[in-house]
Design a binder for this molecule. Sequence first.
Ligand SMILES: CC(C)(COP(=O)(O)OP(=O)(O)OC[C@H]1O[C@@H](n2cnc3c(N)ncnc32)[C@H](O)[C@@H]1OP(=O)(O)O)[C@@H](O)C(=O)NCCC(=O)NCCSC(=O)C[C@H](O)C(=O)O
Ligand SMILES: [Mg+2]
Length: 292
Amino acid sequence: MIRPRRSLLFMPGSNARALEKARLLPADGLILDLEDAVAPDAKDTARDQIAAAVAAKGYGKREILVRINALDTAWWQDDLAMAAKASPDGILVPKVSTVEDIATVGNKLAELGADPAIRVWIMIETARGVLHAEELAAQKHDPKSRLDGFVFGPNDISRETGIRMLPGRSTMLPMITKCVLAARVHGLIALDGPYSDIGNVDGLAEECAQARDLGFDGKTLIHPGQIDACNAAFTPPAEDVAQARKILAAFDHPDNQGRGAIQLDGRMVERLHAEIARKTIAIADAIETSGR
Ligand SMILES: CC(C)(COP(=O)(O)OP(=O)(O)OC[C@H]1O[C@@H](n2cnc3c(N)ncnc32)[C@H](O)[C@@H]1OP(=O)(O)O)[C@@H](O)C(=O)NCCC(=O)NCCSC(=O)C[C@H](O)C(=O)O
Ligand SMILES: [Mg+2]
């Protein structure tokens, strides 16, 4: 099933107001966080509040992910046990660096008897994770892994490596492209990391447009005020959708049956463009169905 993933909003599981407010926000998905947005003393409260929020099923059709703590912490097993019971759409695992990390989570979910529908997403936010991005993405083909998506984590990459996060992201572009390529080769969803400068409306719009152009399916966000700009950047413009329909209609025309390339409005169009057109229409239809 294609679902829109233009905007996935992070919120601290410890912030009851944010969990409540999220019921009415137009993000395509929500990431209920137990990791970096939650102070050590608040982990237990956050876990309980997320369990209750997911169980209440008040988020409609939005995709719900729970981000657990990293596998080298004392919290992750309790986090995973809660998530396995609460059954969100997915579990987001931070700081994944190796194939063994993915196997550890997959095996634990099996041991917990978690619903097979629960998917696993991983954050690519360590130097090792970036270097092994393709090997990690290939775990998608192992059903036990439940792997479905990558989320890029620029803040942790910067923390670990000293590579700075700059406007325009020139320092991060090679890593981003590597992650997107790895995700595409193995059929994963790829989401961009968050933009921290909450008050910078223009900067956010630029980064959303850049994320779209770099091939991401959507972007993770940290504040409700970022949702509309992000949705707008990742929504196919009406003229693109109309053009996509025109391309499919042209290839369906009896004169063009069996032709690989045709001329449409003075431009060459090949069957690969029909494939792109089908994707554009599918995502536009999914957005329309979502009502957001
Ligand atoms: C950054 C914030 C701490 C700012 O919070 P605050 O000062 O309360 O903001 P506002 O006063 O502007 O809030 C206005 C209202 O919106 C609600 N709100 C704010 N943020 C959220 C949210 N994320 N989800 C839902 N609702 C939210 C406030 O409650 C106010 O509501 P109201 O009372 O009705 O006025 C805060 O925005 C925040 O905590 N953001 C999320 C931080 C987070 O989750 N961080 C972790 C993800 S990013 C990351 O981990 C990096 C990555 O891993 C990497 O390595 O790169
Ligand atoms: Mg991080």
